[in-house]
Every structure is written in C-alpha cells, then in structure tokens.
Design a protein around this ligand. Sequence first.
Ligand code: HEM
Ligand SMILES: *[C@@H]1O[C@H](CO)[C@@H](O)[C@H](O)[C@H]1NC(C)=O
Ligand SMILES: *[C@@H]1O[C@H](CO)[C@@H](O)[C@H](O)[C@H]1NC(C)=O
Length: 303
Amino acid sequence: MKTKFITYLVLILAISMTAMVSAESLRVGFYQSTCPLAELTVRRSVNRFVSRNPGIAAGLIRMHFHDCFVRGCDASVLLDSIPGSPSEKEHFANKPDIIAFAARDSACQVGGINYDVPAGRRDGRVSLKDEVIQNLPPPSFNATQLEDNFAKKGLSLDEMVTLSGAHSLGISHCSSFSNRLYTFNSTHPQDPSMDTRYAVFLKTRCPRLSSKGASRDPTMPLDIGTPNTLDNTYYKELSNHRGLLTSDQTLFDSPSTAGFVKDNILHPSTWAAKFALAMVGVGSIDVKTGTEGEIRKNCKVVN
Ligand code: HEM
Ligand SMILES: *[C@@H]1O[C@H](CO)[C@@H](O)[C@H](O)[C@H]1NC(C)=O
Ligand SMILES: *[C@@H]1O[C@H](CO)[C@@H](O)[C@H](O)[C@H]1NC(C)=O
C-alpha cells in the first residue's frame, strides 16, 4: 500500500513538474534534451525521503499549493527573510511542517531541478510574509469564501473541491480547528456540524487553549480514515461529519459543493484524474517566463 502511495505521489509531482514546462510560453520537452535525468533524479530523491517519512509527501504537496497561491509558482516560498522584510517562510502556515524539511537538501534538490533547466519556470525574487495571509485561504472559510479565493487564481469550484482532497494526507495542528471543539459560538460551544463522537475523541487529544504558537499544540490527521494514503476516503469522512477543518466540512454541508463531494465518493478514479489535472492547474498559476524573475543559484536566496 505504501509503495502504491509513493508511486502515486511521484506521478503527481511529475505531472506538476510537467505543468511547469507545459504552461503557455514554456517549452515542452526541454528536460528530455538538456537534462534527461531531471525527472528521474527528482523521483529518486522523493522516493528516498518519502519512504523514510511519509509526512514529507504531505509537506511537498502542500508546499506546491502554498508556493503557487502566493506570487505564482516561483519557489518564493523557499526564500529566506532579508533584514527588515520577513519572507513567506515566516508565516506560520509555512513554518511548522513544511519549511522544516524544505530547508533541507531534499526539497532544495526537488526545487533545484529548475535551476539546471535553462527553459521552464523561472524563480521569483520577492517573498513577503504578509502576502501569505492575503492569498491563502484560512481554515475558517465557508464554501463561498473558498470558491472566491480559488476563483481569484483561475480555479473552478470543482477544482477547489477536488484539490481539497489533498487533505486526505497529512496533519493539522489543534489550533487550526479547536474553536470547533470549545468556542464555536455563543449558543453552541461545539460545532454542531461535527460528529459528536469524533468531537469527543478530538477533545481528548486537543487541549482547550490551543492557539497558534502555543507551547502545546498537538497535531491530528486531516483524514482520520486513511491518514497516509492519498485517496477519496477524505470525502467519505466529510459525509460522516468527520471533516477536521471548517473548510473541509463545509464542502459537504454546502449545497453548491455537496454534489462534487458525493461524486468523488462514488467515482474514486475520476477524482484521482481530476486531482492530477487540478495540480497541473495549480502549477501554472502566474508562471514566470522569458526574462521575468531569475534562475536562482541557491534555493534560499535571490541571486
Ligand atoms: C481549500 C482551502 C484550504 C485550506 C483552508 C487549507 C488549510 C490547511 C490547514 C489549516 C492545514 C493544517 C495546518 C496546521 O495546522 O498545521 C492544512 C494542511 C495541509 N494542506 Fe491544506 N488547505 C486548503 C487547501 C489545500 C490544497 C489545495 C492543498 C494541496 C493541493 C492542500 C494540502 C495540504 C496538506 C498536504 C496538508 C498537510 C500538511 C502536513 O501534514 O504537513 N491544502 N491545510
Ligand atoms: C460565508 O461567509 C461570508 C463572510 O463571512 C458570509 O457573508 C456568507 O453569508 C457565508 N456563506 C454561507 C453560505 O454561510
Ligand atoms: C451558532 O451556530 C449554530 C450552528 O451553525 C447556529 O444554528 C446558531 O444560530 C449559532 N448561534 C449564534 C448565536 O450565532
């Protein structure tokens, strides 16, 4: 099962890499002629790191999303802060899980592939912490807000629901959802849209006062059913009212998106195909080409 999952991940990463070169005004097939081993190199290193720690897969997939939603897919998420100007990395959404390994050679290696390829997606020179919150949707968003947020990046409602299936992998800190357990609103301390047994379970794991940066802020799997497999179980959990984040549960509870959730439950292979395509869509948001940006020599600093 693990091998199947890794193969799947590699496929998706390979497709999103292809997206970098197949987007408009980027040249297709450049890897084959100038750097024939590029994809194999990425695949090998991803395989190596993911088989050691499956959590890395979740981090990589999330990083692709976060990089592309802020200033396009330009690896700006990897840039270190410069004095007086905190970078995207400084935002908590990019800190705890993602950048810990992105700073490692592994992700540099994965991101670094671009640098060896003369044509293709170019790297950004700007990375600003404040732009993270302006562009990334918070976990408190409802379906309408999520729809608007993704529409700004040229992604459809169906694509938004499809991509949310990435939450079939990985973890969330309690602070991202503990309001649903303890301080929902003045009449309902607990979010009534959450399965009560699931809420009881979560309360045993999450302390009442989890806040961002709290010293004790445990993590829970986003998909309690199959936390380490990229599959449609996430959507089944939503239909059982076991979505972890408000932004997850709202997809089943809102009339505009419920149909997509149900389709993804009934047709897993269609969902998988849509997911791969939507990752390509994410990978072509505001791609820099020609003389825009630069080809970074070091992943972490502009030239
Ligand atoms: C629909 C809007 C989305 C919202 C509101 C959202 C929000 C979040 C939040 C709050 C977390 C947990 C952070 C924490 O507390 O540690 C998370 C984790 C994650 N997100 Fe999203 N996300 C969204 C869409 C996406 C998309 C489109 C992808 C990728 C295609 C994605 C991939 C992931 C992954 C893989 C994790 C787990 C990371 C890990 O385990 O290290 N998310 N997301
Ligand atoms: C979603 O949130 C927005 C902003 O808070 C609100 O105006 C809107 O009514 C909400 N939509 C639904 C369906 O709850
Ligand atoms: C609290 O949330 C519930 C469920 O969404 C809703 O029915 C109720 O009106 C809300 N109460 C207040 C005071 O907003």
